[in-house]
Ligand binder design. Structure first.
Ligand code: COA
Length: 200
């Protein structure tokens, strides 16, 4: 069975993400990994279950922090989830929430330990910035992870805060800093290629 295209894995409304239009030598080269995104209203229970399982493993279990990861925003209208899947497993994810006034917040950026340093989080961040389009993206990151986000175009936007005992740095990615590049003219089967994030 072609897992990534089965209805259960990719229900109507959820789009498989094509290669982002921003080239980067560090992007992963794993044919068996697929990238998806969907709004809170589009993803199904199985998708949400796998996203929350991954986040609990990374942010709660691995850190031994008795912190409730679900905060109510995963199912808000205007929330978009992006994730990577391999062999039926969700291996990386991030979340965009609508902060009002045309601003998006990126959060819950994580990759399963066994799949780190293969470019999956970078791929999802790049996709998220394309989804964001002209909207600024803000994020509060672990202070120790700030350099990782800086290398992906984010800039500090204020001081540090301490959340759950961990120092956080507020950052932003402004649209002017993004590189616009044309999408490829044709896709699989030489049919006209339309990026999943292109406005209808
Ligand atoms: C931070 C985190 C999300 C990064 O995920 P990741 O999928 O490993 O990220 P990437 O692989 O895209 O990038 C990691 C590094 O590997 C490098 N890399 C990418 N592909 C690579 C490859 N094929 N071989 C070797 N290195 C590679 C990247 O260049 C990057 O290097 P950099 O630190 O110099 O920028 C992950 O470590 C994680 O989940 N941490 C715990 C949760 C967390 O801290 N989240 C951040 C919230 S503030």
């Amino acid at each position: 069975m072609d897992v990534k295209n089965s209805p259960e894995r990719c229900p109507a409304g959820i789009s498989e993400l094509p290669e982002p239009p921003i080239g980067d030598a560090t992007l992963p080269d794993m044919d068996d990994v697929s990238y998806f995104y969907g709004t809170a209203g589009e993803i199904n229970a199985a998708n949400l279950y796998r996203l929350l399982t991954l986040r609990s493993r990374v942010f709660v279990v691995a850190r031994r922090q008795p912190w409730l990861d679900p905060d109510g925003r995963d199912i808000e209208y205007g929330t978009t989830h992006l994730w990577a899947e391999r062999a039926g497993e969700t291996i990386a994810t991030l979340r965009l929430t609508d902060e009002g006034d045309g601003v998006l917040r990126m959060a819950r950026v994580c990759t399963l330990l066994a799949y780190r340093r293969q470019g999956h989080a970078t791929m999802l961040v790049r996709h998220a910035l394309v989804v964001a389009g002209a909207r600024p993206v803000i994020t509060d990151v672990y202070a120790r992870s700030a350099d990782w986000f800086t290398r992906r175009g984010f800039q500090p936007r204020g001081g540090r805060t301490v959340v759950d005992g961990e120092a956080h740095t507020s950052m932003q990615h402004v649209p002017a800093a993004r590189h616009a590049a044309p999408a490829p003219a044709a896709g699989p089967g030489d049919t006209a290629y339309r990026p999943a994030w292109a406005p209808v």
